[in-house]
Design a protein around this ligand. Structure first.
Ligand code: NAX
Length: 328
């Protein structure tokens, strides 16, 4: 077996953490021959709960789990980690506006960015905690020592949700739906670009020609899926979010098959889709499998989709403005 990959997970005692940690430890993420060492990072008041999770991780007897440590601060928890999965953040309280949440959570990601800068030189950072694009932007700005391209935010859950809806509509298995990029923010303005999607290798619009459905019910179902799950379950999505986080890290870790891509929010280089440089924006991505990736820049975008992409871009620009004092 090789050297363990060290993975820090913040919010380890939370709902997503409880689904995510076991799948990382089982070898599903990096493969059966790669050991992993888990750093569970929590708030002091949740350390006891994290201890319980650590006991269960032991009890799974995963051959790939090289060790588990628990920390109550990012400074110690991020020391020497290769992946930092930033899941923990404050949930939106009753009556709280999105901008209030952004301001509440921003300082967490300032501190975590600084802790990464101090302790983790060979690191890739994935932000799941909401508002994830802007939180990732804050962490990245406070960690200039690490290249900006190593920071990303998760929109894979949106891609998975969109694929599942379209597969149902077309009456095919979800594996038949491909090339479905999410553009922009992980919020209700996100853009699932169905116009470039394929079903069984052919344009999706050949199978689903009902644009009223695609522009109406499909768009809103994907954009508001998180709220629908809260309404039904009484809790926010957790197992599907953890599963998408596994998909996200795997997609960056492995080489993307030729001609394919996946969705993730990464810093824009300002060269495509009319998105200013530096904004943490979800694009179609192709990983080179060596720690680097390319933004897929040559997709044809209709006037309709351009308008939608401009809307989510403007929302992210406004969010960036709200946190401008935190951008180091
Ligand atoms: P929970 O409230 O169950 O757990 C959050 C955990 O984070 C708690 O245990 C808390 O103690 C911990 N925490 C809070 N601040 C922390 C800090 N500064 N350092 C370390 N730990 C800290 O939430 P959960 O359902 O697990 O969701 C976690 C985050 O994921 C939320 O922000 C949520 O909005 C976000 N989501 C993001 C999704 C995405 O697609 N990007 C989808 C699912 C989810 O809504």
């Amino acid at each position: 077996m090789s050297q363990p990959i060290k993975v820090a997970v913040t919010g380890a005692a939370g709902q997503i953490g409880y689904s995510l940690l076991f799948r990382i430890a089982s070898g599903e993420l990096f493969g059966p021959d790669t050991p992993v060492h888990l750093n569970l990072v929590e708030l002091p008041q949740a350390v006891k709960a994290a201890e319980g999770t650590a006991m269960e991780l032991d009890d799974c007897a995963f051959p790939t789990l090289a060790g588990v440590d628990i920390f109550d601060s990012p400074e110690t928890g991020f020391d020497g980690v290769n992946w930092a999965l930033l899941v923990g953040s404050k949930p939106r309280g009753p009556g709280m506006e999105r901008n209030d949440l952004i301001k509440e959570n921003g300082p967490i990601f300032v501190a975590q960015g600084k802790a990464l800068a101090k302790g983790a030189s060979d690191v890739r950072c994935v932000v799941v905690g909401n508002p994830c694009n802007t939180n990732a932007l804050i962490a990245q700005h406070n960690c200039r020592e690490v290249p900006a391209t190593r920071f990303s935010a998760m929109t894979m859950l949106d891609e998975n949700r969109a694929k599942a809806q379209l597969a149902k509509k077309a009456g095919v298995g979800v594996g038949s739906v491909s090339h479905l990029p999410i553009f922009g923010n992980h919020s209700s303005t996100m853009v699932p670009n169905f116009e470039v999607a394929n079903i069984s290798g052919k344009p999706l619009l050949d199978s689903i020609s009902d644009r009223n459905y695609l522009e109406g019910e499909f768009f809103t179902t994907v954009q508001k899926r998180g709220a629908a799950i809260i309404a039904a379950r009484g809790k926010s999505s957790a197992a599907s979010a953890a599963s998408a986080c596994i998909d996200h890290v795997k997609a960056f870790y492995n080489k993307t098959p030729e001609g394919q891509y996946f969705s993730a929010a990464v810093p824009s280089d300002g060269s495509c889709y009319d998105v200013p440089s530096g904004l943490m924006f979800s694009f179609p991505i192709s990983s080179n499998g060596d720690g680097t990736y390319e933004i897929v820049k040559d997709l044809e975008i209709s006037e309709y989709m351009k308008g939608k992409i401009a809307g989510t871009r403007d929302e992210l620009l406004a969010e960036r403005d709200v946190v401008k004092d935190l951008l180091g």
